[in-house]
Design a protein around this ligand. Sequence first.
Ligand code: GDP
Length: 365
Amino acid sequence: ALTAGIVGLPNVGKSTLFNAITQAGAESANYPFCTIDPNVGIVEVPDHRLNKLTELVKPKKTVPTTFEFTDIAGIVKGASKGEGLGNKFLSHIREVDAICQVVRCFADDNITHVAGKVDPISDIETINLELILADMESVEKRISRVEKLAKQKDKDAAAEFEVLAMLRDAFEAEKPARSVDFTEEQIKIARQLHLLTIKPVLYVANVGEDDVADPSSNEYVQLVRDYASKENAEVIVICAKIESEIAELDGEEKEMFLSELGIQESGLDQLIRKAYSLLGLATYFTAGVQEVRAWTFRKGMKAPQCAGIIHSDFERGFIRAETVHYDDLLANGSMTAAKEAGKVRLEGKEYEVKDGDVIHFRFNV
Ligand code: GDP
């Protein structure tokens, strides 16, 4: 499964947030199939469409799809030089598919800041610099191998060398790989280098309790937003402390608490949704009387591959995908009505599944 890693300097609120994540996972359901790894938190992906489908189909059971966060502790200055837990930290980041960087945007004199004062941009740069230095090392190693071949007019080597040189320039300017303007072809080459700074990033601005309802009044948040927009990264604002309180509440209590705070969606739910889309993930549904269920797939996947997410037999014996889009199903009020309206399609092997498709797979066993 794809996973997003939570990183940040000490005392910025990572553990508070991660506890909220594991708590929310534990509250919403239990996942007996999951191995108990204390560094992995599994949460349900909030999706109002699943509730609507449940009302419509009235199944015996409803199953949301899930998403994993990994807690990556231990960044220190000098990580790229292997200081402290440095190497371990970097290898953990290498394993995740996206990075959620928690940034301290709350002032609280009782809580020490490692750098002496609250300064979100300097915090971000501290972490990013370690990652850039580690990437620089990878790129330089690679350059020393490829440069010669490139000069001998090896076409592939020349193309790679160009990408490497662009990366080196970016790193020298302390810019991450994700900020480089590559062509589609170049991106493919760059991806093969398994760089840390090419991974998508979401900055999680952790604000104090008083700023949740109106984060624009927090000057730190604005700084983070400006910074993120320059490097193709996204920002969400949360208050980790409040999230850990929300995570202990269930449905109705949670909604009441949120409306008291003057917010619509919990920060954790936003974080889940953003991390999900950051990874290019989408959801399709199966809707039968036994079970209505949401399934995660990668955008661009075709029908047989999506069937394979449910069971490998479904992919092997794939015949067709009886497909109706959620919007069409809802607009018509029932599967039968949607069929009569000609909204249910029989899709074949080449069909690219869309977010919100409701699918019944037909297959040979
Ligand atoms: P970590 O070192 O990044 O894992 O940070 P922790 O989650 O342990 O948080 C460090 C301290 O900051 C703890 O005392 C938390 O209670 C406090 N803290 C975390 N989030 C918030 C917040 O949103 N507001 C306030 N006032 N304190 C917070």
